[in-house]
Ligand binder design. Structure first.
Ligand code: ZN
Length: 125
């Protein structure tokens, strides 16, 4: 069946196949080592709708209130750093109703630039 095809053409064809095969093999080997191509699980994860509250950091919105005790609330509120790098000062604690829960609310303010942030805590005694 190869009769009539010049030998040179056949060698070029097989040579090209060999070169392509080597590079595909190299690519697959490399991908297994350093993950060049996105994995199926990563693609599924990227296309999944984000859970409610994923756009807010924990504790920075009522629906992402941080569940903790009073000691941790004081530590978290006292450890807030402003975008301008200064430590923020906690204001007196307040309460807010969110659905059937009562959340503790602490506003922190930056003494330098005046920026504020509101933190929500779901206190467990
Ligand atoms: Zn600031």
């Amino acid at each position: 069946m190869l009769r009539g095809i010049p030998r040179v053409v056949l060698v070029e064809f097989l040579g090209t196949l060999a070169v392509v095969g080597v590079f595909v093999g190299l690519g697959l080997w490399l991908d297994r080592r350093v993950s060049v191509l996105p994995r199926k699980e990563e693609l599924i994860e990227a296309g999944r709708p984000r859970p409610l509250g994923a756009d807010h950091e924990v504790g920075q919105a009522p629906h992402t209130a941080l569940g903790c005790d009073r000691a941790r609330m004081a530590r978290v509120a006292g450890a807030q750093r402003c975008a301008c790098k200064r430590m923020m000062t906690p204001q007196p604690e307040d309460e807010v109703r969110f659905g059937d829960r009562t959340l503790a609310v602490v506003r922190v303010a930056c003494p330098t630039c005046g920026a504020t942030r509101t933190l929500y805590f779901d206190l467990r005694s």
